[in-house]
Each structure stands twice: as C-alpha cells, then as structure tokens.
Write a protein that binds this ligand. Structure first.
Ligand code: GDP
Ligand code: MG
Length: 339
C-alpha cells in the first residue's frame, strides 16, 4: 500500500522535451533506487511503532463486550495515544472527541478506532495541490531551513523529480556562506545533468539568486531551485538575507517565488521544530519537505509537525539519494497507520 505518490504526472503534465539523451539515462540510473517498495516500504517501516501501538494497545483496552467510556478509559486511551509519536496536543484532541461522542456509553473497539482515524485525518487535513507551478513561464522555488536539515540534498531530489517530469532545471547555489555548500550542490548538478549558477564563497546570495532566475528566464528553462544558507553570524542577518532574496526574485517574476520549501529534519525532535518555526514565519514558507524520515522509527512525527505548522507537508525525504523523495498524502498516511 502506498501512502504517498512518487509523482503525479496527471496534475503536472510535462510539456518540455528533456535536454539530452545523456541526461535522460542519468536520471534513469538515479531513479532505479525507487524500484518496487523502495521509498514506500521504508516509510511504512518507520510507522511500525505508531501502528503497533494504535492496534495492539487499543485492542487491549477492550473486553469482548466493549467498554464503558468513563474517566478511567479516557485516561488509558490518552496514555496510549501519547506513546505513539503523535504528540500531546493531538492525543488530547482525540481523547476529547471520544469523550464528547461516547461518554458514559459502552463502546466497541471499532467505534473508537473509527473516531481516532477520522480525527487524525481532520488534524492533518491540508490542501490537495502538491506543488504550485507558475501558470506560465518558469517556476521559482526557494529552499530554506536550519543548517544540516537536508536542504541541499532535498534540492537534488527536487531537481531529479522535475527532470523525471520532463522539465528543465536550473539550480542556484545561494548558500554562499560555506564553500563546501556550493561544492556539494555542484556535484549534484553534475550528477543529475542540470545547470547550476554559482558564485564564490562570501558573495551576495541575492545576486546569485538573481543570476539563477535570469538564466532560467533567458534560456527558457522550466524550474529554478535556489539553495540558501541555514546559518549566518546572527539570525537577524539570515532573515534579512532571505528577505532580500525574496525581493530580488519578485522583481524578476511577479508571483515568484512560487514555493518556499522549509526543510525539516524528522530526527531533530521538538527542539528542531521550534527552531524551524522561526524560519517558517520569517521566510514566508509555503510547504514542508520532511527530510530523513528513513532515519527515525518515529514516522508518526508527521502528525505533530502538521499541527505545529500552518503550511502543508508536501514531500518526505527517505534517504540520501535523489530518488528518495515522495509526495506526502494524508489519507494514505492515516490509512497506513491502521492497516
Ligand atoms: N538518511 C537521510 N539523510 C539525509 C536525508 N536528507 C539529507 N540527509 C543527510 O543529512 C546531511 C545534511 O544534509 P544537507 O543536504 O547537506 O543539509 P543542509 O545543510 O540543510 O543543506 C547530509 O549528510 C545528507 O546526506 C534523508 O532524507 N535521509
Ligand atoms: Mg546545504
């Protein structure tokens, strides 16, 4: 069972011929990692703990003849829910819903599980639209997030994604704070056969962004993805830099950037989430890429993340290779939790 799509060819028709045959075969190689079960089964494994708790522990709450919904029951249920990775807020919301629907009644397990499932769907609800593309002309995507969260790797994954949709991609090496960051992105650009616009370490990232967008427009490319720094001398400087990049891009294409993806590290825990919230607000983020889900047994962490952020989770990252990226789907995710 897939609880996310690798790509959606119907909603994003490809109208561009790939740049060259060589690049095509490179993309095929990188895609091979996604052979049957690859990205999907890894995420499913990551949900095992949450799934087992929901199924086994909730079952243990019940006797054959059902159970009275009283304080004791609600307390036990809450404890089980909290033990999953859904977080206290979601667990409380579900507990309260069960209380309001069933208080002082005898319920069967299936009724309770049904409410848990529906509540999770509600709590995680997000718009359908996966990636906002420019109605015409190039689409510009800015990628932001704290240092080490997985920005540069996610950009390689996005580039691979768009390439496999038949779109031409330009990368902008906007993390000029560290020489290694530019180098890392250049290596990915070579490997993926996509163009890259870069500058020396220490140069103005807004000017790199400007050149990358200009190159994209002038050469009729489809998608421009811009990397940014995750750390500067001060947080204020960083936010000013992101703001300037924003302004410069907007000056070139009125409705750009079309997406500002916040990359979150799924293994970073609560501290990482609080740090990223500052980013999310200041950088006007439009969607989340949840990276490193393969590195945690707590796949259920998507639930509190959906709760903490106003913006939708668009992609999940499942490894260090370009093909390790999948579109996130709430319905499929919730279904997978109860299978
Ligand atoms: N296992 C795993 N590692 C990842 C994933 N995304 C990024 N990484 C690794 O995390 C580290 C930091 O990633 P990087 O893209 O350089 O982060 P940045 O500083 O935000 O650009 C690198 O070692 C990546 O290979 C992922 O989805 N899964
Ligand atoms: Mg980076």
């Amino acid at each position: 069972m897939a609880f996310f799509r690798k790509k959606d060819k119907d909603s994003q028709p490809s109208d561009v011929v790939p740049e060259s045959a060589t690049e095509d075969s490179a993309a095929e190689d990188l895609d091979s990692n996604d052979s049957e079960g690859g990205v999907w089964s890894r995420f499913r494994r990551g949900l095992k703990k949450t799934r087992d708790l929901l199924k086994t522990d909730i079952r243990d709450l019940f006797k054959a003849e059902g159970r009275l919904v009283d304080e004791a029951f609600l307390g036990e249920l809450f404890e089980i829910l909290v033990k999953t990775d859904m977080g206290g807020k979601s667990a409380m919301a579900i507990r309260n819903e069960i209380e309001s629907q069933f208080q002082n009644r005898i319920v069967e397990m299936e009724e309770v599980l049904g409410v848990v499932r529906d509540q999770l769907r509600d709590l995680m609800a997000q718009p359908e639209q996966p990636v906002r593309m420019a109605p015409s002309g190039p689409t510009v995507i800015l990628v932001v997030g704290v240092n080490g969260s997985g920005k540069t790797t996610s950009i390689a994954k996005l580039a691979n994604w768009f390439k496999s949709e038949g779109k031409s991609v330009v990368l902008g090496a906007g993390d000029t704070f560290r020489a290694a960051a530019v180098e890392q992105l250049s290596i990915w650009a070579d490997r993926l056969g996509v163009e890259i616009v870069k500058a020396e370490q220490g140069s103005d990232p807004a000017s790199v962004a400007h050149r990358a967008v200009a190159h994209t427009i002038e050469n009729g490319r489809d998608v421009c993805i811009i990397d940014t720094a995750g750390r500067l001398q001060t947080q204020v400087n960083l936010m000013k830099q992101l703001e300037k990049i924003h302004r410069v891009i907007q000056g070139q294409i009125e409705d750009a950037p079309h997406e500002v993806f916040l990359v979150l590290d799924a293994t970073a825990g609560q501290n990482g989430v609080s740090q990223a919230k500052g980013f999310s607000e200041a950088a006007r983020c439009t969607g989340i890429i949840l990276a490193k889900l393969d590195g945690t047994a707590k796949g259920g962490v998507v639930i509190p993340i959906r709760q903490e952020f106003e913006i939708p989770v668009i992609f999940v990252g499942q490894g260090e290779q370009p093909a390790d990226l999948a579109l996130f789907e709430v319905d499929e995710f919730v279904t997978a939790l109860f299978e």
